[in-house]
Design a protein around this ligand. Structure first.
Ligand code: IMP
Length: 188
């Protein structure tokens, strides 16, 4: 069986391009956080492959943790509801936090989860965002990732953790779905 189905997904970034980009981000983060206690906080489910690869490219004694939030109802463009399903149990006091996202699209899920102010209230020294992909043309919140892998246009992408209706997360590359994908069910 051919996977993905023929014509369903057009490759946007190959495994090699992603590997190179993740290494580059890892090098920058290694330089920027040298000598500072760093915690990576990944947002499930989408950021899992990215965080797992990125942390192995950071040559520092870091910690990492995941939280789970969902932002979308049936429509990726309009839902204002953001639910935090699992709280961060990690102690971030006096540590630098890097929130790891698969993609920042409207920015509303990060804004409406209050994750960034919440981490500062918990005593984090700094809170920054690292996103594998950024879609600035769709931004509706004042969220700007500090580290960006790829800047893309208004395209719905899948693979390397990103899904369309729960599918394609396990593709090793990032591709553009044959259909709009805007009916994503909200499972991040
Ligand atoms: P935002 O709140 O609009 O920034 O959306 C953030 C989340 O929506 C991401 O972490 C993804 O889980 C999901 N998302 C946004 N754009 C895409 C896409 O192109 N493909 C798959 N999921 C996406």
């Amino acid at each position: 069986m051919a996977w993905p189905e023929s014509g369903a997904v057009r490759v946007l970034y190959t495994e090699a391009q992603i590997r190179e980009k993740v290494s580059e981000l890892g090098r920058r983060i290694t330089c920027d956080y040298d000598g500072k206690p760093l915690v990576l906080v990944g947002i499930l489910n989408g950021s899992a492959p990215f965080l797992c690869d990125l942390m192995r490219r950071i040559e520092l004694p870091i910690e990492y943790s995941f939280i789970s939030v969902s932002s979308y109802g049936r429509d990726t463009t309009s839902s204002g509801v953001v639910r935090v399903h699992s709280e961060l149990r990690h102690d971030v006091r006096d540590k630098h936090v890097l929130v790891v996202e698969d993609i920042v699209d409207t920015g509303l899920s990060l804004e409406r989860s209050y994750l960034l102010p919440n981490l500062l209230e918990r005593g984090a020294t700094t809170v920054k965002i690292c996103a594998l992909m950024d879609k600035p043309c769709r931004r509706r919140a004042k969220i700007t990732p500090d580290y960006i892998g790829f800047t893309i246009g208004d395209e719905f992408v899948v693979g390397y953790g990103l899904d369309a209706d729960g599918r394609y997360r396990n593709l090793p590359f990032v591709g553009v779905c044959g259909r709009s994908g805007r009916e994503n069910d909200g499972q991040k």
